[in-house]
Design a protein. Sequence first.
Length: 131
Amino acid sequence: RATGITGTPTFNYGISNGNVGGHYLRLYTNEVRLVDNAGNNRGSYLLDATVYHKYHMTVKNSTIGNNTTAVWRVYVDGTQQITFTGAGTHEGWDGFFARHADTTATGTWRFDWIAGRNDGEFTPAQWDPVY
């Protein structure tokens, strides 16, 4: 969830990998965007982000070793809302992060559950936690 955002957030949640490049979620109080390292918008979805939502981002190459075939999907509350096909920018590290990566925007971003897998995509039924 995001509250009291001023300025433009850089990244709030992301994946970077040499096989697919990197893309990140940029969370505003009224919108979630899929962006690359340069901030290019790869797709967006309007919502009320001042309440908690379940965000799920997946990426998988259609052709092994060809990151231009990487399919990026963003699910919000179990429904696919953003899709982008293409390479992201690899930042020189492999992994994912969930935090606010910026010093200019202010506000509060909260994350409470994260899962990762390296052999394919989770379906919403696989990643949805039971409280």
